[in-house]
Write a new protein. Structure first.
Length: 109
């Protein structure tokens, strides 16, 4: 009887480890990017092209993206919100560096 109890206990332990492993795998996947945020960012970056990449247009784009960062920063720091913040910050940096050809990297997300 002791062997049967031990075998049952081992089975239970294995099932519990599998549940923990599944939970950890679920947590490691990143959330999907909100398509509205992607469209918003691409619209801002494309607008720079239409404005001839003028300094004024760059300034306004950075202001708009910075405002979005401020708005999202007051919300709960969920994986989705942190992803938004990263996209806004990335966009600001490519504007500052004049690397707008990197928009294609955002389009591929």
């Amino acid at each position: 009887m002791a062997i049967e109890e031990l075998a049952e206990k081992l089975k239970d332990d294995l099932r519990e480890e599998e549940k923990v492993a599944e939970h950890n795998d679920e947590r490691k996947t990143s959330p999907p990017l909100d398509p509205n945020v992607k469209v918003e960012v691409l619209s801002i970056l494309n607008g720079l092209g239409f404005a001839g990449f003028s300094e004024e247009a760059k300034r306004k784009a950075i202001e708009r993206l910075s405002a979005r960062i401020r708005e999202v920063s007051v919300e709960k720091p969920t994986p989705e919100n942190l992803l938004k913040l990263g996209l806004y910050a990335f966009s600001i940096e490519i504007i500052k560096r004049g690397e707008l050809e990197r928009m294609k990297e955002i389009e591929g997300l």
